[in-house]
Design a protein around this ligand. Structure first.
Ligand code: NAG
Ligand code: NAG
Length: 595
């Protein structure tokens, strides 16, 4: 599977690097990409087994449907037989599986293939079928939106020669021309400009220094890089428990609990605080910097009963009662499902075990998205919250700076291509893709290739100022922790719609799913729970203007606190050396005063 993926990624990347970014010659093999597949042994066996079976089936299917693949898509029914061996879904989903235009995958692939030849790649020939398999397994993007589907179908995807010459804006090189997503430097700037402006621009000598410290740390192989949440806490002598929760739709989530360390005699029960990680993160994020520096330890020291959640799809929550994460079906979830199934399950469980009625909730980026979606939809959850601390609240995305989210927005000229590359399964962009959606910008600003090949940093920005380069190798072994492409796409939809809404399946499917052509909005005026917002001016993901809009709509905001540190980034809320002083201590102080 791994080897196959490496080849597929290469092939896909050639597709995109050649077509959009014109960087075929670039060698990216030295980039470090963390595998997103963290699974236990039993899970791995099932995965491999399932994978083999699937691939065999698909090989059969593809060879039988040769003729089919050469025809344009005119209807639905004639393609059904190619999927008869697909794993069963419930009836509604199955319908949509059958709608998938097989023709396009193949068509697209031939183009990739042809231009790869012109781009002098020898490898693309042998992996032709792998690409098809991967597309079958992961690329569900075409089936959801009939409108886009037709657009793709009729438009003859231009090959590389038609894209035009390379242009450069601030070190970012792209092909520009009538068929390319960008026409001129301004178009590149529109995607990357705000992100770049929000970074510290460091001197060449500082880049070198940063890189050197990072490299030495990397070679030292700090043990913490390899430990899971349980092992980390235990190593630092904090009690920790692993709990497993099954949601009402069958996902099996791991939740960690750090029972109060400091026993205070006069109080029987310690207040519960529930921490929910950000996009592509996990419970680890609250622990990685170590005692006295990471929030989970600090809360434990302060006597709280600390619970660390994990959203479905991250490395600790990649199991299901019947679905396998090896199959795209597992990954059919967006923030809606995390908010409406995972979060209530975890909150109720934590309250039940601790025998409490309310808890403090601290969410970071996606952890805030889910919270606001839940409390807007199920008002009873507002009563279970003593206070919500929203770090880098990601609700409105209108002004998001992150190039990834701008590029994947439905209004972006890159969207169609990215949609195909990302597919609809787990969010696992290739090295080249990571490079092109922000890695190259990161590299030109901080000059450290390996850091800039980490998806989280590429998505959320890197702030060198508060970053301890010694700790980075540890962070990078734990991130990205995984999510679905749908989660990422839903944020992209928010960029285009400028609203906080449920996942947009396209008009036809929306009608069926929600009874309306447009997805329903989450009504922020329904969030009665008291909220404290923490934001920073140069956050790539939560832009101050979007946070201000949220603040205006929420009925119960106690405070909107701007972190008084320049260039404080989304990731800094968890990993900056300044976070304990400017964020965590402040939260803990505030918690003492509210009950
Ligand atoms: C963490 O690692 C330990 C030791 O390998 C293992 O026993 C435990 O199950 C792991 N926990 C999780 C949640 O993966
Ligand atoms: C704000 O939260 C407090 C504490 O839960 C609650 O008593 C109050 O009714 C809430 N106010 C609004 C406007 O919802």
């Amino acid at each position: 599977m791994k080897a196959a993926c490496a080849l597929i990624c290469l092939a896909l990347a050639q597709g995109i690097s050649g077509s959009i970014f014109k960087q075929q010659g670039r060698i990216v093999d030295d980039l470090d990409i963390q595998p997103l597949e963290y699974i236990d042994q039993q899970q791995r066996q099932q995965w491999n087994q399932r994978q083999l079976t699937l691939q065999n089936q698909q090989n059969r299917d593809w060879s039988q449907s040769q003729e089919l693949r050469e025809q344009p898509v005119v209807g639905v029914a004639q393609y059904q037989h190619a999927y008869r061996n697909m794993p069963t879904q419930d009836s509604q989903e199955q319908r949509f599986v059958y709608r998938r235009p097989i023709y396009w995958h193949n068509h697209h692939h031939q183009k990739t293939h042809r231009h790869s030849n012109s781009g002098s790649s020898q490898e693309s020939k042998e992996i032709r079928y792998n690409v098809n398999q991967e597309a079958t397994l992961q690329d569900e993007s075409q089936m959801w939106n009939p409108v886009l589907q037709n657009t793709v179908m009729n438009q003859d995807t231009p090959n590389v020669q038609a894209f035009g010459d390379a242009i450069i804006w601030s070190g970012i090189q792209m092909a520009a021309g009538p068929n390319a997503p960008v026409q001129n430097e301004k178009d590149i700037e529109k995607i990357f400009g705000d992100a770049r402006n929000a970074m510290t621009h460091i001197k060449e000598t500082d880049k070198t220094k940063f890189h050197e410290v990072f490299e030495i740390a990397r070679q030292e192989n700090n043990e913490d890089a390899l430990l899971n949440a349980t092992q980390l806490a235990q190593k630092y002598q904090y009690p920790i428990e692993e709990h497993t929760i099954t949601t009402d739709d069958g996902y099996i989530l791991t939740v960690f609990r750090m029972p109060p360390k400091k026993l205070v005699r006069d109080v029987q029960k310690r207040p519960v605080v529930f921490l929910m990680h950000g996009v592509l993160g996990s419970a680890d994020d609250w622990l990685l910097m170590g005692p006295g520096k990471s929030l989970a330890y600090m809360l434990s020291d302060a006597g709280y009963d600390v619970w660390l959640g994990n959203a479905r799809g991250n490395k600790y929550s990649r199991r299901h009662v019947s679905k396998s994460p090896a199959v795209w079906d597992f990954w059919q979830f967006s923030n809606d499902e995390i908010a409406l199934h995972d979060l209530p399950a975890m909150i109720d469980y934590a309250l039940e075990i601790s025998q409490q009625e309310k808890l403090y909730y601290i969410g970071h980026s996606q952890g805030t998205t889910a919270f606001f979606a839940l409390t807007a939809t199920r008002p009873e959850y507002n009563n279970k919250i003593i206070m919500m601390y929203a770090l880098s609240p990601m609700v409105y995305m209108s002004n998001v700076r992150s190039p990834l989210f701008r590029m994947i927005a439905p209004t972006s000229q890159f969207q169609q291509r990215l949609k195909t590359q990302f597919g609809y399964g787990a969010f696992t962009p290739s090295k080249e893709l990571i490079h092109t959606i922000g890695g190259v910008l990161c590299e030109s600003e901080i000059g450290c290739k390996k850091v800039c090949s980490n998806l989280n940093f590429v998505m959320a920005g890197v702030n060198v100022d508060g970053m301890d380069a010694n700790m980075l190798p540890i962070v990078m072994r734990h991130l990205p922790a995984g999510t679905s492409t749908k989660v990422i796409r839903q944020y992209g939809q928010g960029v285009a719609s400028q609203e906080f809404r449920r996942f947009d399946y396209g008009a036809e499917m929306n009608q069926q799913a929600y009874g309306t052509l447009e997805p329903p909005k989450y009504d922020m005026t329904m969030v009665q729970a008291p909220v404290t917002l923490y934001y920073s001016t140069e956050d790539w993901l939560a832009h101050p203007q979007d946070v201000m809009r949220l603040q205006k709509e929420l009925p119960n905001v106690t405070e909107a606190y701007k972190v008084p540190v320049d260039h404080f980034s989304n990731m800094d809320f968890q990993f900056s050396t300044k976070a304990p002083e400017v964020v965590y201590t402040r939260i803990i102080e505030s918690m003492k005063n509210i009950h």
